[in-house]
Design a protein around this ligand. Structure first.
Ligand code: IVH
Length: 691
């Protein structure tokens, strides 16, 4: 079960045998101790076996393979983490905060599937840690990576190797050649306390909560530090799994898949349960809420997943989250504090947001001194006055909110909150769009605040990703009129930058280098960076993938824009309007003239696509289009189109004249669509119009 002993020519057979036995035994004891929580030997015996193996490996270095239990102590520090691409994106989850939202979740599924039986779900604790992907080739751990933005993560292999509950080699030979296991790395409550105690004893900074501590531990370039942190990992899904061996059945339910992960040596939460229907979900929620404080790890909710994997496939994804799963969050944590003042911030699109300045309070593991008040309507709804005692709520990563005012505690000397009539930054008049609750500065690019925010957005990580251009630098450059719009960034000179506060020549040069590096980008990033209203990352990607080039997006009519999944009339309007403004076009031209460019869009392989992961087969003739066109449309939706039917086929489109492929599909009980049903499907995704 443990690694083969390569280059072992000169090692005596008896030593090879002893080392092999030690590795096997140590892996087994490790699994019993860290995963099953059921050790069968005393610690001193374990230590003795480990010392003996270290000794042998020192004597015969060729014995020491990557999967040896001795390799969990960490490795020499890295200079930086390298980047990893997740071929299957690591998605996030939609949230539900109430029973009603859970009921709606089930209703959406039932309607979409037209499902009449009771749905089965798997309920799992939602661990509050860091999502990771582990890659095993031929059963050996070869790579560990963070989720990052879901598509690009960081390679933290050296760090994950130090985590005792992560198998360095899977506990079976019956495994896919390539296997990607996903899960959460977290710090149990006890480990967190211990870590902080130690930090206090050494006069070091403590961690605010276990999640931050886990993230901080994984961000260490020196894995020997990570090795000292009592991290855990619980597995909850598969990513890629290729070439399943014969003799093992590919699981058809999520629950069986978790069982499989357990058999391979992973820790899977012992609170995982199958539940029936939304009622079962709600019951599980009540039970686990009661147990929350007793668990030895932090959870921030419960994840429910449709158990049947073929139903999951049919449900697919929307933007960044699957339709077949949801995270039911525990109620937000709330505390009382005092509203000291209200300030008005001007956002990138001119929106004026009132921000509450609060007496700092500790809630949900962090100190909060600001909260958004959204808009005037919200302030009126709350009946809020400066000086009031308020309840502040924080749920997960969401921006803290003022939930309500404790009127019984209102002091005599409160002040009303007065909205400004003009922009607090550029003094342009404020305006309110029809049906909008938000006041906006009408100054556009005249307004320094809007310019600053637009530039901050442009350089941000998910946009052009320009390292070293921080908020403070942008503010200074705008104030000194060295930056008026984003294209000015690429005209900055070394001495201008070096003249800024806290900017040595070296950092100024770094900024120029980062700007230079940012010139090679991707169309989705560039589109997102432009800061078109309502065009977030997912929409930018969808637009780029649909139209293929900036030129096509520039020319697209509102109707054409709305052909993109997730683009409705509002987004289409903002996109069209953006590209009609001469000053926007001038900035884009100037950016391209400065050398900003991107490669052609990769062929569609994206989680935005509803049929991703599905293999379709077209057979027979179609009346309304050629088979090639039909194939292209399926591919546009993310499906693979194959020439023959097998058990891996997801669905078959059969026109008149279909023969053996149709017969095979029927014998395999695969769903078969006739042309009308196929057109209906295309229509649903905006790829077909009636008539
Ligand atoms: S499933 C497509 N299961 O929650 C499914 N996620 O908001 C995606 N998480 O990034 C994840 N416990 O870090 C799943 N049992 C669980 C989880 C879990 C914690 C985290 C995970 C993910 C985030 C999604």
């Amino acid at each position: 079960m443990t690694g083969s002993v390569a280059d072992s020519g000169s090692i005596p057979a008896a030593v090879q045998q002893e080392a092999w036995q030690l590795k096997t035994d140590l892996s087994e004891h490790n699994h019993r101790y860290y995963v099953l929580d059921d050790p069968s030997i005393p610690d001193v015996e374990y230590d003795r076996l480990m010392r003996r193996l270290v000794e042998l490996e020192q004597q015969y270095p060729a014995l020491c393979a990557e999967d040896s239990p001795t390799q969990r102590v960490g490795a020499p520090p890295l200079d930086a983490f390298t980047s990893v691409v997740h071929e299957i994106p690591m998605l996030s989850l939609d949230n539900a905060f109430s029973d009603d939202e859970m009921i709606n979740f089930e209703r959406r599924i039932v309607e979409r599937l037209n499902y009449r039986e009771k749905l089965e779900y798997v309920a799992e604790p939602k661990l509050d840690g860091v999502a990771v992907s582990l890659l095993y080739l031929q059963g050996v751990l070869v790579r560990g990576a963070t989720r990052g933005d879901g598509r690009n993560g960081e390679d933290i292999t050296q760090n994950v190797r130090t985590i005792a509950s992560i198998p360095l080699r899977l506990r079976s030979n019956r495994i896919p050649d390539l296997l990607e296991v996903r899960g959460e790395i977290y710090l149990p409550k006890a480990g967190f306390e211990k870590l902080n105690q130690q930090a206090r004893a050494e006069g070091k900074k403590t961690f605010v909560n276990p999640r931050n501590a886990a993230a901080g531990s994984l961000r260490q370039l020196d894995s020997r530090i990570t090795a000292t942190r009592p991290l855990q990992m619980a597995a909850y899904s598969l990513g890629r799994a290729e070439s399943w061996p014969t003799g093992i059945v590919e699981p058809s339910t999520h629950f069986d898949m978790l069982q499989q992960l357990k058999d391979w040596g992973f820790l899977v939460s012992d609170k995982v349960a199958r539940v029936e229907g939304v009622e079962g979900c709600l019951e599980y929620y009540r039970q686990l809420s009661g147990l929350r404080d007793e668990l030895d790890y932090d959870i921030d909710g419960i994840v429910y997943k449709v158990n049947d994997l073929s139903l999951q496939q049919r449900l697919g994804f929307v933007a960044r989250a699957p339709r077949w799963a949801i995270a039911r969050k525990f109620p937000a944590q709330e505390v009382m504090t005092k509203l000291l003042d209200v300030e008005f911030q001007v956002g990138r699109t001119g929106a004026i947001t009132p921000v509450a300045r609060l007496e700092p309070v500790f809630v949900g593991g962090v100190t909060i001194s600001n909260a958004t008040l959204h808009n005037q309507d919200e302030i009126e709804r709350l009946g809020l006055k400066i000086g009031d005692t308020v309840v502040v709520r924080r749920a997960g990563d969401v921006i803290p909110q003022v939930a309500n005012v404790v009127t019984e505690r209102r002091p005599e000397d409160t002040r009303d909150i007065v909205f400004p009539c003009t922009c607090p930054v550029c003094q342009s008049p404020l305006e309110k769009g029809e049906g909008e609750a938000v006041l906006r500065c009408s100054g556009g690019l005249i307004c320094a605040a809007q310019r600053k925010e637009a530039i901050k957005h442009f350089v941000s990580r998910k946009a052009m990703d320009v390292d070293g251009v921080g908020d403070k630098l942008i503010e200074q450059l705008v104030d000194q009129q060295l930056l008026n719009s984003v294209d000015d960034l690429y005209r900055l000179e070394l001495d201008q930058l070096a003249g800024m506060e806290r900017m040595a020549e070296k950092s100024a040069q770094n900024v120029l280098d980062a700007l230079q590096a940012s010139k090679t980008t991707t169309l989705p990033r560039f589109l997102y960076a432009l800061g078109i209203r309502e065009v977030g990352e997912a929409t930018a990607r969808a637009l780029a993938e649909h139209f293929g080039s900036l030129e096509n997006i520039r020319q697209a009519s509102q109707e054409q824009l709305q052909e993109v999944a997730d683009v409705g009339p509002v987004v289409a309007h903002f996109v069209e309007e953006f590209f009609q403004q001469p000053h926007n076009l001038a900035v884009i031209d100037s950016l391209q003239a400065a050398g900003i460019h991107w490669p052609d869009i990769e062929p569609a392989d994206d989680h935005l696509l509803p049929l991703i992961g599905q293999t379709w087969v077209l057979t027979g003739t179609l009346e309304s289009m050629s088979r090639t066109e039909g194939k292209e449309k399926l591919q546009q939706l993310g499906a693979k189109v194959a020439g023959s039917v097998s058990a891996k086929t997801y669905s078959v489109v059969a026109g008149p004249g279909a023969g053996s492929k149709l017969a095979k599909a029927e014998s395999l009980k695969l769903p078969v669509l006739d042309e009308a049903e196929f057109l209906q499907l295309l229509k649903q995704y905006g790829l077909h119009q009636d008539g």
